[in-house]
Ligand binder design. Sequence first.
Ligand code: F0G
Length: 458
Amino acid sequence: MELPFAESYKIKMVEPLRRSQRHEREQWIKDAHYNLFNLRSDQVFVDLLTDSGTGAMSDRQWSEMMLGDESYAGASSYFKLKNAITDITGFDFFLPTHQGRAAENVLFSAMINSGDFIPGNAHFDTTKGHIEFRKATAVDCTIDEAFDTTLDHPFKGNIDLNKLEKVYTTHPIEKIPLIIITVTCNTSGGQPVSMQNIKEVAALSKQYGVKVVFDAARFAENAYFIKTREEGYADKSIREIVLEMFSYGDAMTMSSKKDAIVNMGGFIGIREEALFQKASVFNIMFEGFITYGGMSGRDMNALAQGLYEGTEFDYLETRIRQVAFLGSLLKEAGVPVQYPFGGHAIFVDARRFLPHLPQEQYIAQTLAVELYVEGGVRGVEIGTIMADRDPSTRENRYPNLELVRLAIPRRTYTNNHMRYVAASLINVFERRDQITSGYEITKEAPILRHFTVQLKKK
Ligand code: F0G
């Protein structure tokens, strides 16, 4: 008999979970104004809100925590992290930050001015938020294939070179300081960008004098997909692929809470000293001195260790296969999910799930609430609420896709939890015709509204 696949780790510490009743969840979600961010974690059974900072650290990471050097300046933990970052990413200069959006804040302060245009592949919401906060415009150049969830394309995170060149030729080039390549592309469904595409985008951008910045939160998962899907990379190690990917960039922002498997942390990798010097000033102002930048020594140690573990093939295979396991259970039951399955999450196509609901009633949010009520499973809306209002017209932006993201924390849940999640969603799918109305907004913030929005039933 062929031996089945099994996880490349075993469990040393556990955290109890409380199961709840449907009537309790109905009350809790009402009290939370139908915003899943407002739920308490003990009101949730399987929490797939995010894969960010929710993973399980390894015994080695925990032991590194004990070796943290908490000196304000020049801590050994800083140098340990610096060596790991140069080793894994190839960037010679780095700045620690407390998380990914802080890295965006610091780097963009040094690079983006009012009136600029920042092309990229479906910028993440905080990235877009930091661009728009500076009165600049994010221009989405993702390939069209990304918006058809039924299409099986291996690199749906790719940037359309024609769209990109159009941005470069129709705007004053001095207004385009950088392009952002998000690997993997979270907003388009955890979809990877091919090495070929990265290479071509970098060559085109160089021609126009535009700097290439990676939003690298899930860079290792991107490398896994390159290794397993792109011709010529099967025999390369994840770390070789990562080094090649970053060799095409001038800088990177990192949310270490994803592929570096820590609960908090971030950093900026920079190629040239001049940019590093410029960004250092903002780092000191917003984050902390350049040898800790919002992180404690112990956290830098755990992060350094996490960068090595997160770029091991066996770890990545276990992780991505678990995500695909959930995806295939849903696919077999006919639930409309995005293909191919993403690296960190399964994206449920809420428009195809609830085709009778109008987009003005927040289709994906409606589905996310139903899933919570059904099984205590918390996913997240990636649809009209997250797309927010146009900063100038203040009109709702209606995105092409209405998705519910089920993000899987790293090394945290078992495949039985995946079966439970699938069963919950399949139950909702079977009663989808009875879901006849959605929600309306009663209160919202002027930017990044999804975190605090309040809703009522339509
Ligand atoms: N870039 C990407 C692609 C992200 O997915 C995130 C965070 C960030 C930047 C910001 O990083 O949270 O450390 O400040 N994504 C989380 C998510 C929140 O749930 O996908 P952060």
